[in-house]
Design a protein around this ligand. Structure first.
Ligand code: ADP
Ligand code: MG
Ligand code: MG
Length: 252
């Protein structure tokens, strides 16, 4: 049983000229093992900033608040320590890593997370199985990470990582954006499979309600203007579907 706790989190982005631009203005959120939380909000509301702040992106400066995982101070950890502690981020825009093959990348990540290299005897099959389940041709293992991948292939690869690394808490940042219906279904089934096979807690960040037809959230948080403005159960997503974010407009 794990718990990610975000308390009064305030975050600014560091601009190239060195100034700080405030983005998050006091976020409170608790994600426990086995729970699925949807964060829904308009573009530019700060959803990715929240994801990156929890993961430890250096561009974001925490100006107040705390983030803990099972009581441990996440903000005091380096990015790799956060990953080893059990945090996982599927990025909205997965980055290309020229010169590093998918096979090498995943094996290196698995080794770093587990503290020991996966058994050679079983690893090949595990990797192939995870890729096949996500509808990725195992030939992708020899390609460079995300290089020349379509939007859908990048997102499938994010879920392959999720499946192999078995984190405690996974943050999925707009994993649904840019996916056609088939890819959306495969990606959603992948998340649901991981959820069914482990006690993972999921923080699903999305702009659209359509992914919530496949992944059922236990809690929905409406995110506008750098903070959570409304919270509820799955029925809140239906309300957003019908009414949009317009009625929160004054808060922007
Ligand atoms: P969302 O993911 O909800 O679309 P983001 O967290 O990406 O929102 O962005 C929130 C706000 O922060 C936006 O207004 C965006 O322009 C701003 N922002 C994010 N990163 C930077 C940056 N590096 N420089 C300037 N502004 C940024
Ligand atoms: Mg659940
Ligand atoms: Mg975003």
């Amino acid at each position: 049983m794990s718990v990610l706790e975000v308390r009064d989190l305030q975050v600014s982005v560091k601009l190239p000229e060195g100034q700080l631009k405030p983005i998050l203005s006091g976020v409170n959120l608790t994600v426990r093992s086995g729970e699925t939380h949807a964060i829904m909000g308009p573009n530019g509301s700060g959803k990715s900033t929240l994801a990156y702040s929890i993961a430890g992106h250096p561009k974001y400066q925490i100006t107040a608040g705390t983030v803990t995982l099972d009581g441990a101070d996440v903000l005091a950890m380096t990015v790799d320590e956060r990953a080893r502690a059990g945090l996982f981020l599927a990025m909205q825009y997965p980055v290309e890593v020229p010169g590093v093959s998918v096979a090498n990348f995943l094996r290196t990540a698995k080794t770093a997370i587990d503290g020991e290299a996966p058994k050679l005897r079983t690893w090949g099959g595990e990797l192939k199985g995870a890729m096949e389940k996500m509808g990725m041709d195992p030939a992708f293992a020899q390609r460079n990470v995300n290089e020349g991948f379509s939007g859908g292939e990048k997102k499938r690869h994010e879920i392959v990582q999720l499946e192999l690394l078995q984190p405690k808490i996974a943050i999925l940042d707009e994993t649904d954006s840019g996916l056609d219906v088939d890819a959306l279904r495969v990606v959603s089934e992948g998340v649901n499979r991981v959820h069914a096979n482990s006690d993972i807690g999921v923080l699903l960040i999305t702009h659209y309600t359509r992914i919530l037809r496949y992944i059922k959230p236990d809690f929905v948080h409406v995110f506008v203007g750098g903070r959570i403005v409304e919270e509820g159960g799955p029925e809140l997503a239906d309300k957003l579907e019908a009414e949009g974010y317009e009625r929160y407009g004054a808060l922007r």
